[in-house]
Design a protein around this ligand. Structure first.
Ligand SMILES: [Zn+2]
Length: 141
């Protein structure tokens, strides 16, 4: 059976670079410059493999990984390279990371994605309107 190699038309968007950098960091991808001047990046999945980066100036225009071979301009190896040379940083964490807050009503737990203050306000309004025997508590998950 014949296989068809297709070059991708995927775009290099900031979101894709961020996702690639996150993958690289989570997989522990490391970038090194050889004494010859060539750049290599360790594989995210194969601990014995590394890929060669084609770098001109500060631009990593090629990578010998599968994504690079298929013409994708973005891969975690090039993202790791750009991070190493200071051209790509991770976006800061959102100011209100969605840590769930639990509102407990009569022992039943309701996870919310609101802040502690919002959960406290919800609990206060439940206490105001529910019967006095209803037990309401707020717990950071
Ligand atoms: Zn790559």
């Amino acid at each position: 059976m014949a296989t068809t190699m297709q070059r991708t038309n995927r775009a290099a968007t900031p979101a894709r670079w961020q996702a690639a950098l996150t993958r690289a960091m989570e997989a522990g991808v490391q970038v090194r410059q050889l004494t010859s001047g060539a750049w290599i990046a360790t594989s995210a999945t194969d601990p014995t493999a590394a890929y060669e980066l084609g770098v001109t100036g500060d631009v990593a225009h090629d990578c010998t990984c599968k994504a690079g071979a298929f013409g994708d301009p973005v891969c975690c190896h090039r993202a790791a390279y750009y991070h190493l040379v200071g051209l790509l940083d991770r976006d800061p964490e959102p100011p209100n990371p969605a840590a769930p807050v639990l509102v407990i009503i009569d022992g039943a737990r309701y996870a919310t994605r609101s802040t502690r203050e919002e959960a406290d306000a919800v609990a206060a309004s439940i206490r105001r309107w529910a019967s006095t025997s209803t037990h309401v508590a707020v717990l950071a998950a």
